[in-house]
Design a protein around this ligand. Structure first.
Ligand SMILES: Cc1cc2nc3c(=O)[nH]c(=O)nc-3n(C[C@H](O)[C@H](O)[C@H](O)COP(=O)(O)OP(=O)(O)OC[C@H]3O[C@@H](n4cnc5c(N)ncnc54)[C@H](O)[C@@H]3O)c2cc1C
Ligand code: FES
Length: 529
């Protein structure tokens, strides 16, 4: 079950993001080959798992982290790394869902998370390019001016340092209005993770890579090689929690989001974060939006990172725009708004959208009291993961934390119920309409380096044809709850439209909630089958 140190363990997809390229990772440690006993075992070596480990070690706990790829091989290595309290879901919507006082706390928790990263980088001497920058939220052409005014008022009510502008600093089409969120941040996420790992090990923490937690119970974990870690407390920081088969998959929806990295002339743009308010013509609860930031590249160029063109995982075809065509859309949008030169990076990643806008951080619902999760991070997972670091450490230590109820994974809100009905039913219809796989397709219809779901020897299978004409045949039923997987030709993965599990072409699980590989076997392609 443990992944080989190849291809999809470096990152959960075929495209290697700038962050991993620039750091010449893999960032690896030993594989676990013995039984251990500890205070806390943490599953997942992304920003969430490592932030929790770091905080717990500072309070004297013994901690072991297990990661089944390498450090940062999940979404933390595929991010765009805006550190912001300008949340994906508007403050005027959060006010309606959570009330004014709690919305203030939500804003404070993200402000604290940025401060935590800044402070940790400083005190642990982590050279992760952390910088304070301004963030600009501007109107998408499909949105009404009134919504940005409402957001400005709500952000002010939440206690944020914001300012209205008529023009948008740094952009070609400068017509505003836009809100400036002051004192935001940006950093190099993989350099930060590397620094966290060093600090964790210096404080006595243990980190194991290529170590898959196959069984997770209140007693600890068992790896796929059969080694046990007995622990008092168990934290599942696997992005989509691999221990929650039914509850959390109903409380969040998986989306794919795309990033391009384009060169721009050095220092042409002052570093900042930009977002539009999203396409309100799209039939989505959270209108898909664009996000932009600048990263220093070399002596002549900076890199403009531009992201967006999201769609529900596995359902790109519902909009007739396949995964690999999304970069062209991003390029056109970026060209219309900034002076970009060459596109030198492209990648995509997955985000989990919670049904009521906020992450789920705390005790795992309907589980034993010593099992914790952190998930539902939406496009603010770096700050949500950092909040999890502080909050879960407090919960484990029995220290009061004012964010406990707000982020509780067991919470039920009216907004959540409405979003569930609005997203779940159309999602189900779309899945049925676009259910992957065709009975008419034959193996010879599959091009080299592509996959398709077809009927194979009386069974629905996912078949990937590799460059040497070997067929990698996997069960088409997802190992989570048996939805039919869909081939993602852009990231060369099998993606499940139901709850976002993802598998390599050979069926190895890359993303939860599934935690088990798809049965796989190999055959050589014979022509004219
Ligand atoms: C393109 C993109 C842009 C984004 N932009 C931003 C942004 O600008 N700002 C922001 O705040 N957020 C952003 N996000 C979201 C943010 O990057 C993520 O939410 C965050 O990195 C998630 O961190 P994590 O540690 O929870 O998950 P991950 O980084 O995915 O870590 C989970 C780890 O658990 C491991 N794992 C899973 N199952 C097991 C198992 N059974 N045993 C052992 N290990 C296991 C995985 O291999 C993985 O490495 C973006 C996301 C994407 C994809
Ligand atoms: S992710 Fe739930 S059925 Fe596939």
């Amino acid at each position: 079950m443990t992944k080989d140190p190849t291809h999809d363990t470096i990152s959960s997809g075929h495209h290697v993001p700038y962050w991993l390229f620039s750091e010449l990772v893999p960032l690896d440690f030993e594989q676990l080959r013995e039984n251990l006993t500890t205070d806390v075992v943490i599953v997942g070596g992304g920003i969430t798992g490592l932030s929790i480990a770091y905080q717990l070690l500072k309070t004297g706990k013994r901690v072991v982290v297990v990661e089944d790829g390498y450090i940062g091989s999940g979404e933390s290595g595929r991010t765009s790394a805006h550190l912001t309290n300008a949340l994906d879901d508007r403050y005027y919507i959060l006010e309606k869902t959570f009330g004014k006082d709690h919305t203030k706390l939500i804003a404070q928790s993200h402000t604290e998370a940025i401060r935590f990263i800044e402070y940790t980088a400083k005190t642990e001497n982590i050279e992760c390019e952390f910088e304070r920058v301004s963030g600009y939220l501007f109107l998408h052409p499909s949105d009404k001016e009134e919504s940005i005014l409402k957001e400005y008022e709500a952000a002010k009510n939440a206690g944020l340092d914001v300012k209205m502008h008529d023009q948008i600093p740094g952009m070609k089409q400068q017509q505003g209005p836009c809100i400036e969120f002051k004192n935001q941040g940006q950093f190099h996420p993989v350099k930060y993770l590397k620094g966290l790992c060093k600090a964790i090990r210096e404080k006595g923490g243990q980190i194991y890579t290529l170590t898959h937690a196959q069984e997770i119970t209140e007693k600890g974990i068992v790896t796929s090689e059969g080694f046990k870690i007995d622990a008092e407390q168990v934290v599942v920081a696997s992005n989509a929690p691999v221990n929650s088969k039914y509850i959390l998959p109903m409380k969040q929806f998986p989306f794919r989001t795309y990033v391009i990295g384009a060169t721009i002339k050095k220092n042409e743009l002052t570093k900042a974060l930009w977002w539009d308010t999203g396409d309100h013509d799209a039939n989505a609860d959270i209108p898909p939006y664009h996000y932009v930031r600048i990263e220093e590249l070399d002596g002549d160029y900076d890199l403009l990172l531009c992201g967006g063109e999201d769609h529900a995982t596995g359902l790109a075809d519902a909009e007739n725009i396949p995964e690999e065509s999304r970069y062209k859309l991003l390029e056109s949008w970026a060209k219309a708004h900034f002076n970009i030169d060459e596109i030198i990076y492209r990648w995509s990643g997955q985000i989990m959208e919670p049904i009521d806008s906020l992450a789920y951080i705390g005790k795992s619902p309907m589980d034993k009291d010593n099992i914790y999760i952190a998930t539902g991070d939406s496009g603010n997972g770096l700050t949500h993961g950092t909040i999890a670091g502080m909050l879960i450490a407090d919960l484990i230590n029995g220290t009061l934390n004012r964010y406990e109820n707000i982020y509780s994974p067991s919470r039920i809100t009216m907004q959540g119920i409405q979003s569930f009905l609005k997203e779940f039913v159309p999602g189900l219809i779309s899945y049925i309409k676009h259910k992957p796989g065709s009975d008419e397709l034959k193996v010879n219809d599959i091009a080299k380096n592509e996959g398709k779901v077809i009927e194979w020897k009386g069974k629905k299978c996912g078949i990937y044809r590799d460059p040497d004409d070997f067929l990698h045949i996997v069960d088409a039923e997802c190992s989570h709850l048996k939805c039919i997987i869909k081939w993602n030709n852009d990231e060369k993965s099998w993606d499940c439209p139901c709850h976002g599990s993802r598998f390599t072409p050979e069926g190895k699980v890359m993303n939860g909630p599934a935690n088990t590989d798809l049965p796989h076997h190999l055959e050589k392609l014979k022509f004219n089958l």
